[in-house]
Design a binder for this molecule. Structure first.
Ligand code: F6R
Length: 620
C-alpha cells in the first residue's frame, strides 16, 4: 500500500506533489509528507493524517516548498503507528539521503541490528528508515556512488518495495527502484514524474514507463533516463507506452463520493466489459462470445481437470459466484481459495489444472504471490484484472481485462459486477466449447446479458427508497445478510460493503444456515437483509422469512417487482426487475451497495476513505 510521488524538471515541484498525493490517497491516508530540494538544501514536512492536513501544516508553518525536485508519500501504516515521525520521507543519519518507500522490508530487523552495532540511530519504527540508512552505510563505507549503494543494498533485502531516493548534495538525480510494489514514470522532454500509478500525471504527459520488478531507473534533470537491472546493473531499453485514460473517469463530477459515482456507472461499465465480447452474427442470428485469452487457449480450458479461483475480499466473493457458474455450465469442478491461505499450505496442483486469479487492482500482494506459486507448480494461470498493465495482469499466462474503468472509492462496486460479467462470459464460453451447456439456455442467457445495463439502470431508481430505509436503521449495531445459491456470495458482499464503510457489524450467511446458529442474534432490533427473488429457492426463503418473523426480526427483502407474497410478510421491500437466477447477482448486489452507501453517508462517514483501509493491498 502507500502512495509515492516525485518530480524532477523545470517547474515548481510542490503543486504536482501535493495534488498527486491527493490522487493517491486511495492507497493509504493515515499520514503523509513531502520533501522539496533546492540547490544543496531541502525542506521537509510530515504529518499524521491526510494530504489536506499536510497542506495545512505546510501553510501554517510557512515551510518554504520552493524547488524543482521533490518527493512525497501518503502512508498506510505497516511498521509503526501513524504519526509525524513514522510518516515518510525518511532521512538517513547524516541527513544526506532522503527516501520514500511503498512495501515491506521483511529482514529489516536483522539489518537494523547490524546498523545499530555500527553506530546508527533510529527515530522511527519503520522499515524504511532502516533501508535508507543501509544505503547510507554501504555508500559511505565503500565510497560508492548513490546509484551503486542503492543497487547493492536492494540486493541485500528481502521484501517488496517501490522507492525513490535523493542525495541532498546531488539533487539533480532521483533514483527509483521496484520489486513487488508498482511504480510508473511519466516522461516529458524536460521533466519526469514518478508515481504509484499514472493518474497524478495524466494532465502533464501521456508517455509512461511502468518499471518492472527488479528494475531501477536513474533519473537526471535534462538527461535521458537510465534503466538498469538491480541484480547485475545490466542496461535496459526503456519501453515507453501511451496512456489511454480519460480524465472524466477519475473525476467525481456531480456525485458526493466516488463510490456513489461508481455504483451509478455500472450500466456503462458492464457495457464496456461486454463490448466486443458478445457478438451477434446477423446471418445465422448466432451469439458468439469472443475473448482472446480464452480463444487462444481453447484446449487448455477444454482439458482442464479442475479450476481453482484465487482472490481476496470482494474479488473472492465474485469468485464464489464464478464457482456456481463454472460448475453449472462447464461441469469442471471448481474450488475457491483466499489467496493468503492458498499460498501457505503447499497446495496440490496438477499440470492440467487451471488457476484463475481475480483482482481489481492487479497489485494485491497475496494474490500475486499465489499466482507465482501456482505458476511455479506448473499450472496454467488465467487472470481477471481491472487495472491494465498491473503486476498480476503482466504475470499470468493469459487473461481478460474487466474494463470497468478506474475505481477510486475504496469499496469495490463496479469492479465487482464487471468481474461477475467476465465470469459469466467465461463459463458460457467454456460450456459451449465442451458442448455441455444447453443451447437454448446459452442463447437466452447471452440475450439477457445484453439487457443487463438497462436493468441496472432501472434498478438504480430505488436509491431514494433505500435512503428512507437507511434512515430507520443507521443506528443499529448489527445487520444480518441472507441469500441462497448464487445469491449467498451476494449476501457476503452486501455485508462486507456495510461493515467496511459504515463500521456497523454485519454478517452474511446462506439463508438455510441461519437456524444452525445465527438465528440466536435475531430480535426486534436486528435488521435482516434477505435476497428473496423468484428462483428455485423461493419457497425455502419464504420459510426462512417466517422463522425470522416468529422471532420479531426486522426484514428488508430484495424481491422481484411482481412479487406480492413476500411483500405481505416483511417490513420493507426493495423491488428489482425480473432476472434469470444465473445472472441475478448483477442486479441483487445493486440495492445492497446503495444501502451500505446511504447508511454510511447518514452516519457521516468518509465513504471513499474508510478507516484502516486502502484500495490496493500491496502488503501480505
Ligand atoms: C472491498 C474491497 C477489498 C478488495 C480486496 C482485493 O470493497 O475492495 O476487499 O476486493 O482488497 O482487491 P483486488 O481486487 O484489487 O485484488
Amino acid at each position: 500500500m502507500c502512495g509515492i510521488i516525485g518530480y524532477i524538471g523545470y517547474k515548481e515541484a510542490y503543486p504536482f506533489l501535493v495534488n498527486g498525493l491527493k490522487k493517491l490517497e486511495y492507497r493509504g491516508y493515515d499520514s503523509s509528507g513531502i520533501a522539496v530540494f533546492c540547490e544543496n538544501k531541502y525542506s521537509i514536512c510530515k504529518t499524521k493524517g491526510s494530504v489536506s492536513e499536510l497542506e495545512k501544516k505546510i501553510f501554517l508553518s510557512n515551510t518554504n516548498m520552493k524547488g524543482t525536485v521533490g518527493i512525497g508519500h501518503t502512508r498506510w501504516a505497516t511498521h509503526g503507528i501513524p504519526d509525524d515521525i513514522n510518516a515518510h520521507p525518511h532521512v538517513s543519519n547524516s541527513n544526506e539521503l532522503i527516501m520514500i518507500h511503498n512495501g515491506i522490508i521483511e529482514n529489516y530487523h536483522a539489518i537494523k541490528i547490524i546498523l545499530l552495532e555500527n553506530g546508527f540511530t533510529f527515530k522511527s519504527e519503520t522499515d524504511t528508515e532502516v533501508l535508507v540508512n543501509l544505503i547510507e552505510y554501504i555508500k559511505k563505507e565503500n565510497k560508492f556512488s548513490l546509484e551503486k549503494a542503492v543497487r547493492i543494498s536492494l540486493n541485500e533485502i528481502i521484501g517488496a518495495y517501490s522507492i525513490a531516493i535523493i542525495d541532498k548534495y546531488n539533487p539533480e538525480t532521483i533514483i527509483v527502484a521496484k520489486l513487488g510494489s508498482p511504480i510508473a514514470l511519466g516522461i516529458n522532454e524536460k521533466e519526469f514524474f514518478i508515481s504509484s500509478d499514472p493518474i497524478p500525471f495524466i494532465n502533464y504527459t501521456k508517455n509512461v514507463l511502468y518499471l518492472k520488478d527488479g528494475e531501477m531507473a536513474i533519473i537526471k534533470k535534462n538527461k535521458k533516463l537510465d534503466l538498469r537491472k538491480i541484480i547485475d546493473n545490466h542496461k535496459l531499453n526503456p519501453i515507453i507506452e501511451k496512456l489511454k485514460i480519460n480524465l472524466k473517469e477519475i473525476e467525481k463530477g456531480k456525485y458526493k463520493y466516488f463510490m456513489l459515482k461508481e455504483i451509478y456507472e455500472q450500466p456503462k461499465s458492464i457495457l464496456n466489459t461486454l463490448r466486443g465480447r458478445l457478438l451477434i452474427q446477423n446471418k445465422k442470428k448466432e451469439i458468439i462470445i469472443s475473448i482472446d485469452g480464452i480463444d487462444s487457449n481453447k484446449n487448455v480450458f477444454i482439458n482442464a481437470k479442475c479450476i481453482t479461483i484465487i482472490a481476496c475480499g470482494s474479488s473472492w466473493h465474485a469468485s464464489l459466484i464464478g464457482e456456481y457458474l463454472l460448475e453449472k455450465f462447464t461441469r469442471i469442478p471448481v474450488e475457491v481459495e483466499y489467496a493468503s491461505e492458498f499460498r501457505y499450505r503447499n497446495p496440490i496442483i496438477d499440470k492440467k489444472d487451471i488457476i484463475i486469479v481475480i483482482s481489481q487492482s492487479g497489485e494485491t500482494a497475496d494474490t500475486l504471490s499465489a499466482l507465482k506459486l501456482a505458476k511455479e507448480k506448473g499450472a496454467f494461470v488465467f487472470g481477471i484484472c481491472n487495472v491494465v498493465g498491473s503486476s498480476i495482469a503482466r504475470n499470468v499466462n493469459a487473461g481478460v481485462y474487466t474494463h470497468a474503468g478506474p475505481e477510486i472509492g475504496v469499496a469495490s462496486t463496479k469492479s465487482f459486477t464487471a468481474q461477475i460479467t467476465v465470469l459469466i462470459l467465461l463459463a458460457l464460453k467454456i460450456g459451449k466449447y465442451k458442448s455441455v451447456i444447453d443451447k437454448t439456455l446459452y442463447k437466452n442467457l447471452c440475450r439477457e446479458l445484453i439487457c443487463i445495463p438497462k436493468k441496472i439502470y432501472n434498478t438504480l431508481k430505488i436509491d431514494k427508497h433505500i435512503k428512507k430505509i437507511s434512515h430507520i436503521y443507521y443506528k443499529v449495531n448489527n445487520f444480518l445478510y441472507l441469500g441462497r445459491g448464487i445469491n449467498f456470495p451476494v449476501a457476503l458482499e452486501g455485508s462486507l460493503k456495510l461493515k467496511e464503510i459504515s463500521y456497523i457489524h454485519a454478517e452474511g450467511y446462506p439463508a438455510a444456515e441461519m437456524k444452525h446458529g445465527p438465528i440466536a442474534l435475531v430480535d426486534e432490533k436486528t435488521p435482516i437483509v434477505i435476497i428473496a427473488i423468484k428462483d428455485r429457492y423461493y419457497e425455502k426463503i419464504i420459510a426462512n422469512i417466517q422463522e425470522i418473523k416468529a422471532r420479531k426480526g426486522k426484514i428488508i427483502a430484495i424481491i422481484n417487482e411482481e412479487d406480492i407474497q413476500i411483500r405481505m410478510l416483511v417490513d420493507h421491500v426493495i423491488k428489482i426487475p425480473k432476472i434469470s437466477e444465473e445472472l441475478s447477482p448483477l442486479i441483487t448486489i445493486i440495492p445492497l451497495q446503495l444501502l451500505a452507501y446511504q447508511i454510511a453517508d447518514i452516519c457521516g462517514k468518509n465513504v471513499d476513505k474508510p478507516r484502516n483501509l486502502a484500495k490496493s493491498v500491496t502488503v501480505e
